[in-house]
Design a protein around this ligand. Structure first.
Ligand SMILES: *Cc1c(COP(=O)(O)O)cnc(C)c1O
Length: 396
């Protein structure tokens, strides 16, 4: 959204965050913010949200001690198992929260954007459960690449709207969904998929995902009797990483490591490492670090993991990076593909290619890790969706 930008101050993280949108959208965001603040203060809302996470999603997700991976790495590695959630990833934690909010606000339908289709599926799932019609905007290129998820969304009763555009991918889908919402917000809620976008999304999505870190904290205290030394999670928009990190932000002894997609290598230009290689700018209504050229044109991005393929990142991550609270690294497609296989072979767990980036990072930093060091790696999703693609890429 680059036309008619209005800036207001809520939801800032240092020089990042905010709300850079057209005036019409400002009304929708203010209404959403007020409704979210009221829901947040209402114990009944929390009770219903957590009951659904328990009875429908299957939470708490386990924290699994990875014995053979620990041996390989030479420290104590635990896996937070978001792959075991209903629909196979962390995204459902957020869509349930926003879905309940839509119902509470009296909205009659739901809008969402999706890249690889994971957020679209998680949103369509919640919409079906709540009995609300759902429209999912998806780039034409992604519709072509992600046929299975398109079918799943349709099966769940959602309408999938193909979007043409620069690349026909996630960025174009976000623009189209926002544009549609602008004319329809009295009737519809836009369920956004990550800790990016205009305020209140970065804060609200973080709050709905922090259940990952809240559980992990309790689970690691029970297992080890102390806090972990390090948390590792992949970063696309940054939701699963923020969800794990946030409850530990005040514990300065816990190191936070976010892993971006280096694709074919940062120096090739074919990557999506917005923190490691990006610059200050505005994307999808928020100020953050983004991948852009000298004229501010958003650059094409690449990752073998479709869920990491985003030219921006949540503003709170950009802030934690500049403040030095978290460290951001990147791993290549090749490293992620190797880690995908390694986790399957060592632990009997096939991770999503996105999550395989976090696994690759713990393997890459083995030399730095002490023998008694306790590390939690977030397995943000399961890898069934990626098997066909990995088989194709590693054939021969
Ligand atoms: C969407 C997705 C991601 C990336 O999104 P974040 O907002 O960075 O969490 C990571 N892992 C899986 C399995 C996903 O589906």
């Amino acid at each position: 959204m680059t036309i008619n930008q209005t800036q207001t101050t809520p939801g800032r993280f240092g020089r990042f965050g905010g709300r850079y949108v057209a005036a019409t959208l400002l009304n929708a965001l203010e209404e959403l913010e007020a409704a979210y603040e009221a829901a947040k203060a209402d114990p009944d809302f929390h009770e219903e949200y957590h009951a659904i996470l328990r009875d429908y999603v299957g939470r708490p997700s386990p924290l699994t001690f990875a014995e053979r991976l620990s041996e390989r790495v030479g420290s104590r590695v635990y896996l937070k198992r978001e792959d075991l959630n209903h629909t196979g990833a962390h995204k459902i934690n957020n869509t349930i929260g926003q879905g309940l909010l839509a119902r509470r606000m009296g909205k009659r339908r739901i809008i969402a954007e999706t890249g690889a289709g994971q957020h679209g599926v998680a949103t369509a799932t919640v919409a079906a459960r709540l009995g609300l019609p759902c429209m999912v905007f998806m780039g034409v290129e992604d519709v072509r690449r992600q046929k299975l998820n398109v079918y799943r969304m349709k099966l769940l009763g959602a309408e999938v709207v193909p979007v043409e555009g620069l690349q026909g991918t996630l960025k174009d889908a976000c623009d189209a969904a926002m544009r549609h919402w602008m004319g329809a917000y009295e009737d519809a809620l836009y369920i956004f998929g990550s800790v990016a976008g205009p305020h209140p999304y970065p804060t609200m999505v973080r709050d709905f995902q922090r259940v990952i870190g809240d559980e992990a904290r309790e689970q690691i205290l029970a297992a080890e009797g102390r806090l972990p030394d390090r948390l590792i999670a992949c970063v696309g928009g940054g939701a699963n990483a923020m969800g794990l990190f946030y409850p530990f932000v005040g514990d300065s002894e816990v190191k936070l490591v976010g892993v971006e997609a280096a694709g074919h290598g940062i120096d090739t230009g074919l990557h999506s490492a917005s923190i490691c290689a990006g610059t200050y700018g505005v994307l999808d209504g928020t100020a953050s670090l983004i991948l852009q050229d000298e004229d501010g044109q958003v650059l094409p991005v690449h990752s073998v993991a479709a869920g990491l393929d985003y030219p921006g990142v949540g503003p709170e991550h950009a802030f934690m990076h500049e403040a030095g609270r978290a460290t951001y690294t990147s791993v290549t497609d090749e490293q992620a593909l190797a880690a995908f296989r390694t986790l399957a072979e060592l632990e009997g767990i096939i991770p999503a290619l996105e999550s395989a980036h976090a696994v690759a990072q713990v393997l890459a930093m083995a030399d730095e890790l002490g023998e008694d060091e306790v590390v939690i790696v977030n397995i943000s999703g399961r890898g069934d969706k990626d098997c066909e693609e990995v088989e194709r890429l590693t054939r021969g």
